[in-house]
Write a protein that binds this ligand. Structure first.
Ligand SMILES: Nc1ncnc2c1ncn2[C@@H]1O[C@H](COP(=O)(O)OP(=O)(O)OP(=O)(O)O)[C@@H](O)[C@H]1O
Length: 298
C-alpha cells in the first residue's frame, strides 16, 4: 500500500510543525469506573513507525487505555498526546489520524467486503474520487480482492478480521490501533492477520498500537511492549531486553531456571502470576471476549 498523508499531514496542523512529536505520549494516564481504577497512572511513549504492544490478562486495563487514546473515553487535558495533539482538546484532529479496530465486530455480515470498506471510506470522508481505488487497495493489502464481492456472512473468522483491518486502513491512518486483533482465531488465521499487518506497516511506515494477551505474538511482532497488570505498567522494553533482564536477574540470584526466559516468564516475574492463572482476570470476561470474535464465524 502506498503511504498517503493527506489526512495525516493536514491534521497535524501546528501541533507538530517539525514532525518530531511522538506518535503517542501518555503521562500519568488514569481512568476509573466508579471505584475501579481501570488504568492507574500509566506513562509510556510510542515512537513514530513502531509496533507497540500493550500486554496483559483480561481486566488489566488495556482496552480502557486505548479507548482513552482513541478519544472514546474522556480524560483531562495533558494526559494523552497523539502526534502532538492533546486528545482532550483536539478530538477531531486526533480522530483523523487514527484507524481503530475494536474487539467488537465492526463489519456488517449482510454486506459484501467491498461494501463494508466503502462504507468506512465514506464515514472517514475519503474524497469521493479516491474512494474506489482506495477501497480496492485496502482490500488487496489484506488479501481479500478475490472475496471482495462475497457477503461477509460467508467469510471465515480470519477473513473478517482482515476485512476489519482494511476498513481501518482505507483512511490511510498514521496510527493504527488494534484491540486483540487475533483473539479467538486459529493459529493459521492469526499468522495471516499478522503477516498482512506487517506488510502494510512496512509499506506505509504507520505506527501500530496493539493489545494482546498472546505473549508469543507480542514477542514475534512487537518492537516494544508494555506489560500491564491491574491498571499499571509492570515492565516496558523490547521483548529481547525484558527477557535478558530476567535472565540476568536469575543469574545473580542463582535461580534454578536461569537458562531461558520467555515473555510469559517476564510477566509472571513482574505481576506475580501468569496470564493463565485463575486470578489473572479470566473467567466470564475472557469467555465473552472470545465469543465476541467467535460469533463472527457464524
Ligand atoms: N464499562 C465498564 N464499567 C465498569 N467497569 C469496567 C468497564 N470497562 C472495564 N471495566 C473494568 O476496568 C478494568 C479494566 O478493564 P479493561 O477492559 O480495560 O481490561 P483489558 O485489559 O482490556 O481486558 P479485556 O481484554 O478483557 O478487554 C476491569 O476491572 C474491568 O472490569
Amino acid at each position: 500500500m502506498t503511504r498517503r498523508t493527506d489526512h495525516g499531514t493536514g491534521a497535524t496542523g501546528t501541533a507538530d510543525p517539525t514532525g518530531t512529536a511522538a506518535a503517542i505520549e501518555c503521562t500519568d494516564l488514569a481512568y476509573r469506573f466508579g471505584e475501579t481504577r481501570a488504568v492507574d497512572g500509566v506513562d509510556f511513549t510510542v515512537e513514530p513507525g513502531e509496533v507497540f504492544g500493550l500486554l496483559g490478562p483480561n481486566g488489566a486495563g488495556k482496552t480502557t487505555a486505548i479507548r482513552a487514546i482513541t478519544t472514546l473515553l474522556p480524560v483531562p487535558a495533558g494526559m494523552i498526546r497523539v502526534f502532538g495533539h492533546d486528545v482532550a482538546r483536539e478530538r477531531m484532529p486526533v480522530r483523523r489520524l487514527l484507524g481503530y479496530v475494536p474487539q467488537q465486530l465492526s463489519a456488517d455480515g449482510s454486506l459484501t467486503g467491498r461494501e463494508n470498506v466503502g462504507l468506512f471510506a465514506k464515514v472517514y470522508d475519503v474524497p469521493r474520487r479516491e474512494r474506489r481505488p482506495r477501497v480496492d487497495e485496502a482490500l488487496a493489502a489484506v488479501g481479500l480482492t478475490d472475496a471482495a464481492d462475497r457477503l461477509v456472512s460467508t467469510y471465515s473468522g480470519g477473513m473478517v478480521r482482515r476485512l476489519e483491518l482494511a476498513q481501518a486502513l482505507v483512511s490511510a491512518p498514521r496510527l493504527l490501533i488494534l484491540d486483540e486483533p487475533t483473539i479467538g482465531l486459529d493459529p493459521i488465521a492469526r499468522t495471516s492477520v499478522w503477516a498482512r499487518l506487517t506488510d502494510v506497516r512496512r509499506a506505509t511506515g504507520m505506527t501500530v498500537l496493539v493489545t494482546t494477551h498472546y505473549m508469543d505474538e507480542a514477542d514475534q511482532y512487537c518492537d516494544r511492549v508494555a506489560l500491564m497488570h491491574l491498571g499499571r505498567i509492570r515492565a516496558l522494553g523490547t521483548p529481547a531486553q525484558l527477557k535478558e533482564e530476567l535472565r540476568e536477574l536469575r543469574r545473580h540470584t542463582g535461580a534454578a531456571a536461569s537458562g531461558t526466559a520467555t515473555l510469559e516468564d517476564v510477566f509472571r516475574h513482574h505481576a506475580g502470576s501468569g496470564l493463565d492463572d485463575d486470578h489473572a482476570g479470566g473467567g466470564f470476561r475472557d469467555v465473552r471476549s472470545t465469543r465476541r470474535t467467535a460469533s463472527r464465524l457464524g
